[in-house]
Design a protein around this ligand. Structure first.
Ligand code: ZN
Length: 99
């Protein structure tokens, strides 16, 4: 299992805006970017993505978190699977087996 330290590195370093915008278009809003939430039937743009905090939050269904939670929810994978992949991608570890 990835350590808490590794998880917190990933949560701050994996760029949430890039990760979310790979799945849905984001538009500029006043304080954050926003888009149509992929986790509930969203007719507006309830999903807010904060570049400063590197987090997302949906004001429709309440789903929120960092890059790891977004990818877990959208891909239906486990925390350790997502964390491992991001850790390798970010160069925090070089071998998935080391996570
Ligand atoms: Zn939602």
């Amino acid at each position: 299992m990835p350590s808490d330290e590794l998880i917190s590195h990933i949560q701050t370093k994996a760029p949430i805006v890039n990760i979310v915008s790979a799945y849905l278009p984001l538009q500029d809003s006043r304080k954050a970017l926003k888009g149509r939430c992929p986790f509930h039937p969203d007719s507006g743009a309830s999903l807010m993505v904060s570049q400063d905090k590197n987090t997302f939050k949906c004001f429709g269904c309440g789903k929120e978190g960092g890059p790891i939670e977004f990818l877990m929810a959208i891909e239906g994978k486990s925390r350790s699977e997502i964390a491992g992949r991001l850790a390798v991608k970010l160069g925090l570890v070089h071998d998935l087996r080391a996570v």
